[in-house]
Design a protein around this ligand. Structure first.
Ligand SMILES: NC(=O)c1ccc[n+]([C@@H]2O[C@H](COP(=O)([O-])OP(=O)(O)OC[C@H]3O[C@@H](n4cnc5c(N)ncnc54)[C@H](OP(=O)(O)O)[C@@H]3O)[C@@H](O)[C@H]2O)c1
Length: 293
């Protein structure tokens, strides 16, 4: 087993794992790789990385092992058959999944003599190795501190969120809630644009301007929501109802899919039915704390 200082194993060579391995090579690390489809390692091997012939060899090569797989089910597929080689390993699990999966996997690792640090990378492959990029981490503090230099190769900033291995996954998933719904709302606007003879490029400045206005709304409502205030002083749910119905009907009139605007309208409708007509639409944050009846 090599020293942890400038030596690392990367298991999983999708776009993220390849970007990580490439960055470690750039920084002069010894890099050992394993991937189910070995050919994905070709360009990295040409640059000096070593492709392990099996998972055991990849695990025993280094104390520090980065995992970048599709989900935790893939992690068990890969590591379970090689579990005896896990003893003494630090698994930096940069695979995204649920907080519960992260907690279960951390226990699973400990039972096999390894330790897991959960990671949630907040950038796409192009952000790997960048000084401004950031990753959430949680798990044993001592392990995080000891390997911090290598973690800062992956993203220049690290955001340690405590000992609970689920917390990094939770923060990652909260970001994903905003990301996926926002991106789908953008696809919806593009569908509407196309149906009206406009291109995505035509509406880009307006879409960006709208997106750039959101942080101000986030900050304004965060304080009020934490204080439990949903006063209808600057907006009222009845106004939101009229507006989201306009959105729904504009999309229906254009003949495009209405799944997303219909779901938004349904949530606002539930707030109206619960008697919040004169409250702020932030009252929906309370409604969304429970599953729909
Ligand atoms: N891409 C992004 O923009 C981004 C950003 C932030 C976080 N993430 C997260 O980072 C992780 C990696 O992302 P990615 O885009 O590189 O993912 P990906 O394209 O899904 O590739 C991940 C790797 O998982 C392997 N894999 C999947 N199922 C497997 C199985 N059953 N057995 C063995 N290997 C298996 C693939 O092997 P093969 O090569 O053999 O198919 C591949 O090497 C994901 O959890 C993702 O959610 C991604």
């Amino acid at each position: 087993m090599r020293s942890t200082n400038h030596s690392v194993t990367v298991i999983g060579l999708g776009p993220m794992g390849r970007a990580m391995a490439s960055t470690f090579l750039d920084r002069g690390y010894d890099v050992t790789l394993w991937n189910r489809t070995p050919s994905r390692a070709d360009a990295l091997v040409a640059r000096g990385a070593r492709l392990a012939t099996n998972v055991e060899e990849a695990l025993t090569a280094n104390e520090l092992v980065l995992l970048s797989l599709t989900d935790y089910a893939a992690m068990y597929d890969v590591l379970e058959p090689a579990a005896t080689a896990l003893t003494g390993r630090v698994l930096v699990n940069l695979t995204s999944d649920t907080p519960e999966q992260a907690r279960t996997a951390a226990r699973w690792a400990v039972e096999r003599g390894a330790v897991q640090l959960t990671g949630g990378i907040t950038v796409p492959p192009s952000g790997i190795g960048q000084a401004a990029s950031s990753t959430f981490y949680s798990g044993p503090r001592e392990v995080f501190d000891r390997h911090r230099a290598a973690l800062e190769v992956v993203t220049g900033r690290t955001d340690y969120r405590g000992e609970d291995p689920g917390t990094a996954a939770l923060f990652y998933q909260m970001g994903m809630v905003v990301f996926w719904t926002s991106m789908l709302s953008y696809w919806q606007a593009i569908a509407l644009a196309h149906a009206n003879g406009l291109t995505a490029a035509d509406i880009l400045p307006h879409a960006v301007e709208t997106a750039n206005s959101l942080p101000g709304f986030f900050a304004f409502y965060a304080e009020r929501i934490d204080a439990g205030h949903h006063l209808g002083d600057v907006d009222r749910l009845a106004m939101a109802m009229a507006s989201v119905e306009h959105v729904l009907h504009t999309n229906a009139d254009a003949g495009v899919d209405t799944t997303l605007p219909a779901a938004v309208t349904e949530l606002v409708r539930r707030g109206m039915d619960a008697g919040h007509t004169a409250d702020s639409f932030s009252t929906l944050a309370e409604l969304m704390k429970k599953p729909a009846a």
